[in-house]
Design a protein around this ligand. Structure first.
Ligand SMILES: O=C(O)CCC(=O)C(=O)O
Ligand SMILES: [Fe+2]
Length: 214
């Protein structure tokens, strides 16, 4: 079935109330039925890899599968492991173009994360690598099982949780990465698969070395 990825939307991108940050959220950026089809297609199409990091001298599997795509200069360095980007598939290009036109910001790379169940997650971190610039615009599309996403203010420790639903778009911009860490906690609740795509922009003139997260 053809995915048009421009299904009519009921709501709009709305600001999330987070001091010192610019975060916006739309629950139905992609219509629910289409989001599930897109999840299945990406699950089959992307060259998923199980990456490892070195923890106290031991190789440990990170708790999710990943796939890195983008322009050839967008390299991704992950605990001494350098990932060269795979090209964006037509479907990723379509999403990238829609995001760029709706948000008025460029995107040229995307990290895909597949959280297979509640044992998969991502530790708290900021997407603050110098290559992304001082106020990166990060557009995060979620597909599949809804998961709790947390922000922690670096100054006062205040934690804010958001449920990221299937088909949703979360945009982090402005000083968000400077003032907050974010992450996806693991859960013991029965949890199905979720794919998240974070679109980013790395200018060609810098030598990128994105640091991965546990
Ligand atoms: O899965 C998510 O919602 C978060 C992904 C993320 O923070 C990242 O890729 O840097
Ligand atoms: Fe992140």
């Amino acid at each position: 079935m053809q995915l048009n990825l421009f299904a009519s939307q009921v709501s709009a991108l709305v600001p999330v109330s987070l001091p010192d940050a610019d975060v916006r959220y739309q629950s139905d950026w992609i219509a629910p039925a289409e989001a599930i089809q897109l999840f299945e297609r990406l699950q089959q199409e992307l060259p998923w890899r199980q990456d490892t990091i070195k923890l106290y001298g031991r190789e440990v599997n990170i708790p999710r599968l990943q796939s890195w795509h983008g322009a050839p200069h967008c390299e991704y360095t992950y605990s001494n492991l350098c990932m060269s980007p795979a090209p964006m598939s037509p479907i990723l290009v379509k999403l990238q173009q829609r995001l760029s036109s709706e948000l008025g910001a460029p995107f040229n790379c995307v990290l895909a994360n597949w959280y297979r169940d509640g044992n998969d997650g991502m530790g708290m971190h900021a997407d603050d690598e110098p290559e992304l610039g001082t106020k990166p615009v990060i557009a995060s599309v979620s597909l599949g099982y809804p998961r709790r996403f947390s922000f922690k203010h670096l100054g006062n420790g205040q934690r804010t949780d958001l449920l990221l639903e299937s088909g949703s778009l979360l945009v982090m911009a402005g000083d968000t990465q400077r003032h907050y860490h974010h992450g996806l906690s693991k859960t013991r609740k029965p949890t199905g698969g979720r794919i998240n795509l974070t679109f980013r922009y790395i200018p060609a003139s810098t030598t990128p070395a994105l640091e991965g997260n546990e």
